[in-house]
Design a protein around this ligand. Sequence first.
Ligand code: DCP
Ligand code: CA
Length: 364
Amino acid sequence: MVQHRKIIHVDLDFFFAQVEVVDNPDLKGKPVIISGPPNSRSVVSTASYEARAFGVHAGMPAFMAYEKCPEGIFIIPRMSRYVQVSKQIHLIFKKYSDIIEPMGLDEAYIDVTINKKGIKSATQLGQMMQNEIYNVLNMTCSIGVSYNKMIAKIASDFNKPAGITVVTPKVSEQFLRELPLNKFSGIGKKTLEKYNSFGIYKGDDFLKVPLDRATHYFGRSGYNLFYAVRGIDNSHVKTLRTTKSIGCERTLECNITGVDELINHLDKIISELLGRLKRKKKNFKTLTLKLKYADFSQTTRSKTLKVSLKTHQDIFKVCRELIINSNIEKKEIRLIGLSASALINKSEDGNALVFQQIYFDLVN
Ligand code: DCP
Ligand code: CA
């Protein structure tokens, strides 16, 4: 018998707004809108289901949300608090499995095929997780349980809020046949219109379309949907290894001596370090300079700052300081290394109001 994987997808309901309600129970049952003030250029991050009933949704300009729901309670996002709650939620996930792939602050895939509770039923594990999140944090989440990530995600969205939907291999074929097309991942409004214009409204309608026609008419989306309607998704739950430091080093073409020459060589290596930090979406507070000499001995010098280093200029200044204050030996230098530690996720660094731009860089 084929051993199917057991994947749980957890998605907290109206996350930012729910945190506000939990922290201030007077807000319960009220239309809570997380955004800057209605007279600002801000956009809505999320809204409670009571506010959604008025047509308010994420991404809508705050002034429009006010027009739709004048009695709405507008709250400025408190990112650091949401990050804190997110960490608590992840501690709960960790009690079940170490194979966790976070998707933003309020969503994660968890592979429970082998799990720390020693329980076989993924449905039971999903229920336990949902109860535990409610008991510990007083928050509701929606859960999807299935044998791959794609279906687990569709399932968690299927019965929101506070729902749990289980799609076993036995029922998945029918589940996907009947599923409206917009429930498949990546099908937005525009794409949906295109499929609809071809008479395709639900999974079953697309099952009849062969792969070459699917890609001919719908490109990448058609290719993905061809496999999605068949319930095929082999992608694994990818754990994020926590990176402790990010560094780069350069062996110089010719050995150099003296502070001035060293400073002249910094620009390239700083750019390289910044590129790596950018790709990993990190800022940092500790900079370490490493020098290797022609005789293969080496020196390292570090400095930790109170605020994070972000720009080329900032890093250059600290490097210069390290070099000048550290009495660099007058030996020939053959290699320069820079490494950044005390890393901070960009999303957790700084002003909550700039969060919206950063957040969507962070997700995925
Ligand atoms: N978010 C945001 N801007 C958006 C969408 C989301 O700032 N355009 C933030 C606020 C949300 C959080 O991300 O609370 C999670 O996003 P979700 O899409 O999961 O939405 P919610 O959790 O708010 O609601 P749902 O109950 O639909 O999951
Ligand atoms: Ca959510």
